[in-house]
Design a protein around this ligand. Structure first.
Ligand SMILES: NC(=O)c1ccc[n+]([C@@H]2O[C@H](COP(=O)([O-])OP(=O)(O)OC[C@H]3O[C@@H](n4cnc5c(N)ncnc54)[C@H](O)[C@@H]3O)[C@@H](O)[C@H]2O)c1
Length: 256
């Protein structure tokens, strides 16, 4: 009998996660490892990446390589690609997830702030997707997942961060563009758009927290574990005909 669940396996695959030392990225590393993959974990600080690598190994016995990389710096991303080629010989999954958020009124945003946000959230996703895409196109296979946000679809209130919203809308359209170019060559590209998820970026100590809950449909924010199923789906062959999709996981926040 045909097994539908086998399609979700990542056994024998190599998965790279950027921002793998942080909330969503760290959970993604553990989820991919439980599904069978060995993991390449990158983050701004090597200590954060190494902490996740230790959890991957101790929890699932999967190999985990920690690499320091600032995704907004082309030289760092080039080096990351070289390390992956040298140590892993291939790359099956790239979760381009590193991102930052901060608030500033539109009339006060400095060019430095704008460039920093776009540089990490949009250019960083492009650079890591391009690095992964080059390897995957040679293999004629691979799955790229980019982290967008519900802020790429709607303007969240009351916080003001036009540069963040613009960066995430850019990720959604970048994802579709790459999906059209690379899909025919065996490389699928999709994005996720989380709503508020409990990490250092969004949590109960945020001054807007109660307003977020009031505005939400489910009257709560999400946990990183609630993204794991979608991430395993997109990373694996279970999603073999899913390309250029943006999957919103926001508890219904953006539907009204
Ligand atoms: N938490 C939320 O509510 C939420 C909602 C929607 C989208 N997102 C997006 O999810 C992604 C992960 O966010 P999170 O909530 O886990 O935040 P987080 O701060 O816990 O994790 C982000 C990780 O990215 C790393 N990072 C930051 N700049 C980097 C750079 N230049 N190069 C490499 N690594 C860098 C950080 O060190 C950190 O480990 C981000 O792209 C964020 O915009 C988060």
């Amino acid at each position: 009998m045909e097994s539908f669940m086998n399609g979700f396996s990542l056994e024998g695959k190599i998965a790279m996660v950027s921002g793998g030392g942080g909330g969503i990225g760290s959970t993604a590393c553990l989820a991919f490892a439980e599904a069978g993959a060995d993991i390449v974990i990158t983050d701004l600080t090597i200590e954060q990446a190494e902490a996740t690598a230790e959890k991957v190994w101790s929890s699932y016995g999967k190999k985990a390589l920690a690499i320091k990389c600032d995704v907004s710096k082309p030289a760092d991303v080039d080096r990351l690609g070289e390390e992956i080629r040298k140590n892993c010989k291939r790359l099956d999954v790239a979760f381009n997830n590193a991102g930052i958020a901060f608030e500033a009124n539109a009339e006060d945003v400095t060019l430095e702030q704008w460039n920093r946000c776009i540089g990490i959230n949009l250019t960083g996703v492009f650079l890591t997707a391009q690095m992964a895409g080059r390897i995957m196109l040679e293999q004629k296979s691979g799955s790229i997942i980019n982290t967008a946000s519900m802020s790429g679809h709607v303007v969240n209130v009351p916080q003001k961060h036009c540069m963040y919203n613009a960066s995430k809308a850019g990720v959604i359209q970048l994802t579709k563009s790459l999906a059209v170019e690379w899909g025919p060559r065996g490389v699928r590209v999709n994005s996720i758009s989380p709503g508020y998820i409990n990490t250092v970026l969004s949590n109960s100590s945020n001054p807007w927290y109660n307003e977020w809950l009031q505005n939400s449909v489910m009257k709560r924010i999400g946990e990183t574990s609630e993204l794991a199923g979608v991430l395993i789906y997109l990373a694996s062959d279970a999603s073999s005909f899913t390309n250029g999709a943006d999957i919103v996981i926001d508890g219904g926040y953006t539907i009204r």
